[in-house]
Design a binder for this molecule. Structure first.
Ligand SMILES: NC(=O)c1ccc[n+]([C@@H]2O[C@H](COP(=O)([O-])OP(=O)(O)OC[C@H]3O[C@@H](n4cnc5c(N)ncnc54)[C@H](OP(=O)(O)O)[C@@H]3O)[C@@H](O)[C@H]2O)c1
Length: 198
C-alpha cells in the first residue's frame, strides 16, 4: 500500500545499544536512571551536532504513538503533549480521553494525519508499522551505552532492506551517542505493461 502524504514522519527515541526501547515489562529505568559510573567519557567527538529534544519537540505538530507508549505516558505526572494533536493507534483502547484521537488501523492513522506537517512517530510497534509503509523520513536515536539483553525492540521484520544516511551524530558527555538518519525513500515502481493496457 502506498500512501500519498504531505507531512514528514520523524522519530526521536532512546534505545539500548542492543536495540531495545524498553524492558519486557515496559520499564525504561536503564535510560532514565543510568548507573552513575557507567556514562563517563574523557573524550567526546562530534560531526554535526544532533538537534536535541528542545529543538525537535516544538517543531512537530502531530504525535502518532502506540497504545503501549500512551499507557506509559499516562503514568507521568503531566501530559507532555499540550498543544499537539495526538493520535493513538490501538485496536482495543476505549475512547474516553479527549486529549487523543484513536486510530484502529494504519489507514485510519494516515487519514487523521491528513492536515499534519511534522509528525512525531513514537512506540516500537508503531515505528515499525510506519517504516514498513514508508511513512518515516527521519530517525533520531539516542543510543544508551547499556545492553539490556531483552525487551521491546525498536526495529523489526522488513520485507526488504531500508537504507539510511547519517545527517549528524555526536556523543554527549553523559555517554549517549545521538545520531540523526534520513530514510531513503524507495524508487517509484514502473507500472506493469498489463496494467497500462487494461
Ligand atoms: N526508549 C524510548 O525513548 C521510548 C519511547 C517510546 C516508548 N518507549 C517504551 O516503549 C514501550 C511501548 O512500545 P511498544 O513497541 O511496546 O508499543 P507501541 O508501539 O507504543 O504500542 C503497541 C500497540 O499499539 C497498537 N498498534 C501498533 N501498531 C498498530 C497498527 N498498525 N494498527 C492498530 N494498532 C496498532 C497496538 O495496540 P492494541 O494492542 O491496543 O491493538 C499495539 O499493541 C513502552 O514501555 C514505552 O515506555 C520507550
Amino acid at each position: 500500500m502506498t500512501y500519498y502524504r504531505g507531512w514528514t514522519g520523524r522519530v526521536f527515541i532512546g534505545a539500548s545499544l542492543d536495540g531495545f526501547i524498553a524492558r519486557p515489562d515496559g520499564a525504561i529505568d536503564w535510560l532514565t536512571d543510568p548507573p552513575a559510573d557507567g556514562r563517563c567519557h574523557a573524550r567526546i567527538t562530534s560531526s554535526a551536532e544532533v538537534a536535541g529534544w528542545e529543538t525537535f519537540f516544538p517543531s512537530v505538530d502531530h504525535v502518532a504513538m502506540g497504545r503501549g507508549t500512551y499507557e506509559k505516558v499516562l503514568t507521568f505526572d503531566t501530559w507532555p503533549y499540550e498543544g499537539k494533536r495526538v493520535i493513538v493507534m490501538s485496536t482495543a483502547l476505549a475512547a474516553n480521553d479527549d486529549r487523543i484521537t484513536i486510530a484502529r488501523t494504519l489507514d485510519d492513522a494516515v487519514r487523521e494525519l491528513a492536515r499534519a506537517d511534522q509528525v512525531y512517530v513514537d512506540g516500537g510497534k508503531v515505528i515499525q508499522a510506519f517504516l514498513r509503509a514508508d511513512l518515516i523520513d527521519e530517525i533520531t536515536i539516542g543510543w544508551a551505552p547499556t545492553l539490556i539483553g531483552t525487551g521491546r525492540p525498536l526495529f523489526g521484520l522488513l520485507e526488504s532492506d531500508i537504507t539510511l544516511s547519517v545527517l549528524a551524530s555526536n556523543a554527549s558527555a553523559g555517554g549517549m551517542v545521538h545520531a540523526t538518519y534520513r530514510v531513503h525513500r524507495p524508487a517509484p515502481q514502473p507500472m506493469l505493461a498489463s496494467a497500462e493496457t487494461t
